[in-house]
Design a protein. Structure first.
Length: 238
């Protein structure tokens, strides 16, 4: 998200929090939410900051705003993750359909080429970037570090909360305006995810672009309009 932070810094004060790494206890969605609450309390001086999240970060923004509706400002969900089995099945089918033989072969070799799980996840992300994209102007994800264990523990807890019916039902308590930005070339099925959130987020606005994948700020055709829409929407609501 560093390029997004830089793209907004001329108009806003931007904080890019780094999530905690794996440690002595299992990571949960609730723990990430509390980390966000601590950041907002210490760094935002009583203001309700906008939360701009991509993929899992969009899901975390929703979880935080549901737990602390009085602390969250406008929410922007970029390439939001899935909240139900239907959307996940569509995601898997799209990914499978887009992978060529070369990519499948390189993925199959990952376990032998990279014994370290963090390095394996990093390489997995690099291999899948074209699958998740349309026409990239840049392939540098500016990844600081990868924590495979944190990724696994957090996602497993999110799935558990969905199975228990916590999410997306908890999002009914969100009072913030919400904007969902999505590319039609993103394997995440934007309209299906939107339709699943609409009953609990009637204020949800949805914008999508053709020729755009999971990372709009890296896409050749969508990048400029992405920043224009994002900046303009935030300026009207902050």
């Amino acid at each position: 998200m560093a390029p997004v932070a830089r793209g907004l810094q001329d108009s806003f004060r931007v904080l890019e929090p780094f999530q905690r790494r794996s440690g002595d206890r299992l990571l949960t969605v609730a723990e990430h939410v509390e980390d966000m609450r601590e950041l907002v309390t210490k760094r935002c001086a009583g203001h309700r900051p906008a939360l701009v999240g991509s993929s899992w970060g969009a899901m975390l923004a929703l979880a935080f705003a549901a737990e602390y509706p009085d602390a969250a400002g406008p929410l922007v969900l970029i390439g939001c993750g899935t909240f139900d089995l239907r959307a996940r099945l569509q995601l898997r089918a799209r990914v499978e359909a887009r992978m060529d033989a070369r990519t499948r072969g390189r993925l199959a070799d990952l376990s032998q080429e990279a014994s370290d799980p963090d390095e394996r996840l990093r390489r997995f992300g690099e291999l899948m970037l074209p699958v998740y994209s349309y026409d990239l102007a840049c392939t540098d994800m500016e990844t600081e570090l990868v924590d495979a264990r944190a990724h696994r523990e957090t996602w497993e807890d999110m799935l558990l909360k969905q199975e228990e019916g916590v999410y997306p039902a908890a999002f009914r308590s969100i009072r913030s305006p919400v904007l969902m930005l999505h590319g039609t070339a993103d394997p995440h099925p934007g309209r299906t995810i939107r339709d699943g959130l609409a009953p609990v987020l009637p204020q949800l606005e949805y914008v999508e672009w053709d020729h755009c994948g999971h990372y709009p700020w890296l896409e050749r055709e969508a990048r400029e309009e992405f920043f224009s829409v994002l900046r303009g929407w935030l300026q009207q609501r902050l």
